[in-house]
Design a binder for this molecule. Sequence first.
Ligand code: PMP
Length: 369
Amino acid sequence: DGTSKCKWSKDSKNQEPSVHTKWDWKPKNQKILPDILAAIGNTPMVKLNKIPQSEGVECEIFGKCEFMNPAGSIKDRVALRCITEAENNGTLKPGGTVIEVSSGNTGVSLAWVCAIKGYHSIIVMPDKFSKEKENIIRSMGGDVVRVSMAEKKYSPNGMFGMAHVLHKNTPNSIIIDQFSNPSNPIMHYDTTAEEIFDQCDGKIDMMVMGCGTGGTLGGISRKFQELSPQTIFIGADPYGSTYAIPDSLNQSKVKMFEIEGIGYNELTPPVCDRFKVQKWYKFHDKDSLNMSRRLIKEEGLLVGTTSGLLLACALKAIKEFNIGKGKRVVILLPDGTKNYLSKFVQDQWMEQRGYMPCKNPGNLGWWDI
Ligand code: PMP
């Protein structure tokens, strides 16, 4: 009859048996995994509902929930592949130290794999990236060296220069170098791209991606060239970054952006196939971060900063490319809300930067006096 009766507890004498609707759904019972590394990948693909509807979008938009990887981001895949390859080719030896430059997620994932496999990790993190990611790395036994974004990248105090200084001074150490390490795009070619293709039964009309190292863009677009060459690739880039093509799109007064993980200036990573993208779009922090907040609030997807940028971009591209009813668009949701508890998640942080109307003007803080 669509209902089932149950007593909440045997000794609740005063309680009437409560009536519930019939409940057929149960969580999938996974067999025992050998370790937590085996839980990487096979992340859910989730249909967005409220946002596309309220934006008048008729096609379907799906989000690939990479924030549901065990250490919290798409970079778990890359960290496992890079470390395994380094073990296999003999560069990473027992008791070794893994050094890497990261906006934080690769750092977290590497520190995590190192903790499990018994290596030490040192992560070089530019100052703009969140304290939350630093704290997670430290909790897993990794070291974090902060560098200034204002430093030249290859100077001894800059992000890449510092990694080389640390490497020189640390015996038995390797630098992963995700910006040029082929294991980065290859892992997405082998796993992320195939999962997306299978989950959507091979029907994907548009993919929207950004570029940090370009590993996801490189790996997924190459696999799609083989599996689904008709899929349109769209690129999302923050103002202040110089990844978009043509370069005229990058002209802007913006020097610093709050999006973490997508976009750099004066950097062209070798693994990044920027020419695979049919059209690039640029976005300001305000639009991207408000869209991340909408993903959290309206879709219940606990995402980080880049997911909002990618969705804002998807909504624009869907309109410009006339992607209508019956078509399917996929965006990545690369990392999660908990990386940003001290940042865009808080109303006051958004208000202080003018990204949200101020609800309580008396509450802005000393800098507004
Ligand atoms: N989003 C987030 C949150 C990231 O940390 C990264 C990686 N820096 C990306 C997107 C972009 O991934 P990729 O390095 O593969 O370009």
